[in-house]
Design a protein around this ligand. Sequence first.
Ligand code: DC
Length: 427
Amino acid sequence: MTYHAIAIDGPAASGKSTLAHALAERLGLVMVNSGAMYRAVTWKILREEIDPADIAAVIRLLDGMDIHCGQDGCVSTIRIDGTDPTPFLREPEINANVSTVSAIPQVRDRLVALQRDYLKRTHVVMEGRDIGSVVFPHTPFKIYIDADPAVRDERRSGDGEIDSVSQRDAADSSRKTAPLKVADGASKIDTSSLTIGGVIEAAIEILSKQGFPLPRHLPDEEPPTPMRWIYWLGWMSFGAAYRTLFGLRIEGAENLIRSGPVLVASNHQSYLDPPLIGNLYKTEMVFFARKSLFKGFGKWLYPQWNAIPIDQEKPDMSSMKTVIRNLKEGWRVLVFPEGQRTLDGSINEAAPGIGMIAAKAGVPIQPVRIYGADKALPRGSGKVSLARITVKVGPPILLSPEEFKAYSNKEGYLALTERIMSAIKAL
Ligand code: DC
């Protein structure tokens, strides 16, 4: 799977972290704060009482240093020799020494390699000084943000921090290796007089022009629209029951795209599955349900829960069309590519329908894999057991309009179906 990198560069206190964090949450990416990595190494050097200007000593220490970069939710984490230095990273001595440390080429080589490693696992929005120029020079998605020095100084002291922003900027911009500069192809945002919302809006517009496969509708404000009471009633009851009976565990929630249209593609194990997926989100979504359920009370209830009737016996073009329309209108829709529930827990062959829906709708695809629901309520048994259920959410498949176009024929539908199924199987 190819992952996308959004590079955000700019001087200290320009608003990079705030923007990167907001984009990560909205788009289902992992936010990597590369400055924290330089700060963490600086923390270790100072803790070992090594002079940051003594390059030979710094390199010796670096050689034996275990640097572990991970993620917690949608945010990057760092451990140095097993310790998480995050609480100390904004102390005045770190602010005063980090530019010296980050000018050492060997430090940069080591950290740049770790920064690039993230892209092997997930989509990233990375912020720093050289992300668009050195770390990911080939990414088309580059933003450079800046603000008046006076505004930036004020922001830092407003945070209660002692930091000579202008001194750090001068050092970061004039160093030989990977200086702070506007990368080729980057678009600029001046954040001096913008609100956070304004900066995010400007960034979304730039990313859209640069061809980033954005969800079509982004909410104007958090939190998203509340649920209608009847949907909430189902959502809440099923959620509570699943947590109590099946110890429901969710892995990879940071990968969820929480707003705008998303085609959620999951394996299918049991009747428990649709509310299980519905519970990943705090806003309403659209489901499929067997035509035969829309009788009596079900005829009223299922539409309230946004269920679209589907005929499982024969290919049902009208339901497909409804799903595509829903996605184009901005809804999140759950589709089980296999169509049928599994008999033995394994993933069955997919019908090509999902590839067609995905290609025609042109929205992000969120692969999800359910484990344990086949034990909790096996197909054909009707008996509930207290088996543990785990839901794993994978990084979204984000395609550009050109890629969607390339998938828009019969072979394309099959290829996209395969791609979605491999993403589910990989979880
Ligand atoms: O973003 P920040 O202010 O936390 O970064 C701290 C320092 O780390 C910054 O003054 C220079 C260095 N840095 C760097 O050299 N390259 C990066 N990509 C990110 C930060």
